[in-house]
Design a binder for this molecule. Sequence first.
Ligand code: 13P
Length: 257
Amino acid sequence: MRKKIIAANWKMNKDINETSEFISAFQKEMQGSDCPAEVVICPPFTALHVAAKNLQGSDFKLGAQNLHFEDNGAFTGEISARMLKSLEVVYVIVGHSERRQFFAETDEIVAKKVKKALISDLKVILCVGESLSERDGGVTEKVLERQVKAPLGGLTAQDMANLVIAYEPIWAIGTGRNATPQQAEEAHAFIRSVVAEMFDRDVAASLTIQYGGSVKPDNAAQLLSQPDVDGALVGGASLKADSFAKIVRSCPFGKTA
Ligand code: 13P
């Protein structure tokens, strides 16, 4: 059975007080819930410490939104894998489209970050996804194949056990226009086939593939009930404890997994 993961990507939102408030409200909302998905919360770097404290003793995991691929040195403003490990961070998001688009992260940089995270014992949420013009131009699969193959080349099957892929079509991020369950399923099945070709069927079959892009309480269950959709990476709707809890509680995994 594949691991199911629902993650909150807060992006550049929430200070330390808002983070504490969210976590206590979310924990209350989740009392008595039996969704078997792992829940990951990814605050900004500045709130990781307070989030780690607030999450102590809970089943919810802490994630970061980025890392640098060097261990230390003259890289003003950057954060290393070791720094994240010292904050009890378990997951790190790598290659989010906003990083690729606004901070010029190339496939090569994404590949270096994935490798550094894995050798540092961090679990990776690797984001991939096509733009609207790429979808309209019929090159979605080509783009996904490139974005998957670049960072996964050279990884072992063991590395793959610590890596999750998030399919996030750029046109669905923050737009309120989610991919249809069919579009998500098609892309996820394609990504799984690329991984099967690179590794083997077992590695592909056990890979968790999350969907991200305008996931909301009212569309989550339908998206998550697709056979190759193993979780969600939620932006805007993860900023409120009640709406994120609704998404987590609506997961249909108990019935299918
Ligand atoms: P939204 O849920 O706000 O569309 O953001 C998705 C996303 O980018 C998560 O990483």
